[in-house]
Design a protein around this ligand. Structure first.
Ligand SMILES: NC(=O)c1ccc[n+]([C@@H]2O[C@H](COP(=O)([O-])OP(=O)(O)OC[C@H]3O[C@@H](n4cnc5c(N)ncnc54)[C@H](OP(=O)(O)O)[C@@H]3O)[C@@H](O)[C@H]2O)c1
Length: 432
């Protein structure tokens, strides 16, 4: 039964969200759902380690009107996901765990006719598996890049979600996520054509450890150590890992070294903005991070292939993750700011126009508010806001879509309200 309640956003339905995962990103999204109880009346936090879900629920129960329950879940087991959806009866599943499980959870959402949201494109747990590699290498090779992740598998669910009458919102973090809403916003309000786009992701934070990753180490290290790519003149071009390096002076952070990476949103942006001549994605890293990562790669610790160790199967990168600091624990020690945004070069009313839209987020402020560092914060806030767009019917489009496909205005208003306001300039310093 659907009850209607009044909130400052008007009349909204009583809605239930199942949140899968309870790591750095999920914990921020959970806090944000609990700050928005008139929309998220009931949430269930379900993850592999239920004790983490119970701890977060316990911390929040006295501070929110949202009803919080918890459950143990193996997200890799479709029958378990379906059973939990049937017993909790959510309107949306917010998948904030590992991208290995995207397809299993999407399948369960189609079966149960509920909305789906995630923050990273599907990639398989073992990228070295020969069976998978053959299919993938052909698909990506045909598109011109050699990374481990793309949208093809999830776009394959377009028809199934459309027929079920529900939406899969793919990649609703900051990048992917808000960066695509920035593209839709620039196209709607600022530029008639977009010819060049540089997406810049800067983390100016310092956690004080010799080496740690600010989101899940497996996904972070796989992404950064993979061959990079950029889009130019109608196709992707692959480059060796971290082989293109630039410096950029970021508002709120200062000058940083940044490196060109392959990133999933480039694939969807070029579909949405066909006139684009070039799209590049850059992320900042210090020399110490790169030296550590290369060393770990050289000794085989970034491998996803299981090995036998004294009679046990061990996946080297998963063993490494167990040794590294948990990203969800970095908040108390991280100082500094992030700056993530898009620099556009295009035209307006027949004249050349440049436009830069970005957000600056402070690690210590994020920690004060929700107990997390800014990388988790900048991902968890859009995840909650994207879910709100679907729950309130602001975005109504059955099928499987990335964020460029929706009206950016209500979403960017929501992420601004919930902690990630944007700044703009028409006189940005361009990346050479
Ligand atoms: N779009 C963006 O801007 C952006 C930015 C950062 C991160 N991300 C993405 O956000 C996601 C979460 O990152 P994070 O930093 O929060 O990672 P994390 O801290 O490692 O959290 C992952 C969570 O998934 C749970 N999990 C793992 N395997 C599971 C299984 N089989 N069944 C159920 N739960 C399982 C983990 O449980 P345990 O507690 O038992 O380990 C943990 O709670 C990743 O996909 C990452 O790529 C996106």
């Amino acid at each position: 039964m659907l009850f209607l309640v009044k909130s400052k956003r008007g009349v909204v339905g009583v809605s239930r969200a199942l949140i899968i995962g309870c790591g750095g990103v999920a914990q921020v999204a959970i806090h944000k759902c609990c700050q928005n109880s008139s929309v998220f009346t009931d949430i269930c936090i379900a993850s592999r380690t239920k004790a983490k879900c119970d701890k977060v629920a316990e911390e929040l129960r006295s501070k929110t009107a949202t009803n919080i329950s918890t459950a143990h879940l193996d997200a890799n087991n479709e029958a378990e996901v379906v059973a939990l959806i049937k017993s909790f009866k959510p309107e949306i599943v917010m998948h904030l765990g590992m991208p290995y499980h995207n397809l299993v959870i999407m399948e369960a959402c189609v079966k149960c006719k509920v909305h789906y949201l995630d923050t990273a494109a599907y990639e398989p747990e073992n990228t070295d598996d020969p069976q998978w590699r053959e299919v993938y290498e052909k698909r990506c090779h045909d598109k011109g890049f050699v990374a481990y992740f793309d949208y093809a598998a999830q776009w394959g669910y377009q028809e199934k979600f459309a027929q079920a009458g529900v939406t899969a919102l793919l990649g609703c973090g900051f990048d992917p996520g808000i960066t695509q809403a920035y593209v839709a916003y620039a196209k709607k309000h600022e530029l008639d054509t977009i010819e060049y786009l540089d997406i810049l992701d800067c983390n100016g934070g310092d956690h004080g450890y010799p080496f740690a990753t600010n989101f899940n180490p497996e996904i972070n290290l796989r992404e950064v150590s993979a061959p990079g790519s950029y889009w130019e003149n109608g196709t992707f071009h692959t480059i060796p890992p971290l082989s293109v390096h630039k410096k950029y002076n970021f508002d709120g952070v200062g000058e940083k070294d940044m490196y060109m990476l392959h990133h999933e949103e480039v694939e969807s942006i070029v579909k949405y903005v066909p006139e684009l001549k070039r799209v590049r994605f850059f992320m900042t890293f210090g020399q110490s991070y790169i030296t550590h990562m290369n060393c770990l790669k050289d000794v085989g610790l970034l491998s996803t292939t299981p090995i036998d160790y004294e009679g046990h199967k061990i996946v080297p990168i998963q063993f490494l993750k167990a040794l590294l600091p948990d990203p969800a624990s970095l908040g108390a020690r991280t100082k500094g700011k992030t700056n993530i945004g898009c620099i556009f070069r295009g035209t307006k009313d027949g004249k050349p126009k440049n436009y830069y839209i970005y957000n600056v987020c402070d690690h210590e402020e994020s920690f004060k508010e929700v107990g997390s560092q800014a990388i988790s914060y900048t991902t968890g806030v859009p995840a909650m806001c994207g879910a709100m767009m679907l729950l309130q019917g602001t975005w109504q489009k059955p099928g499987a879509y990335t964020l460029e496909e929706f009206d950016p205005d209500p979403f960017l208003a929501a992420v601004s309200e919930f902690g990630l306001p944007y700044k703009t300039t028409t006189k940005p310093v361009l990346v050479d």
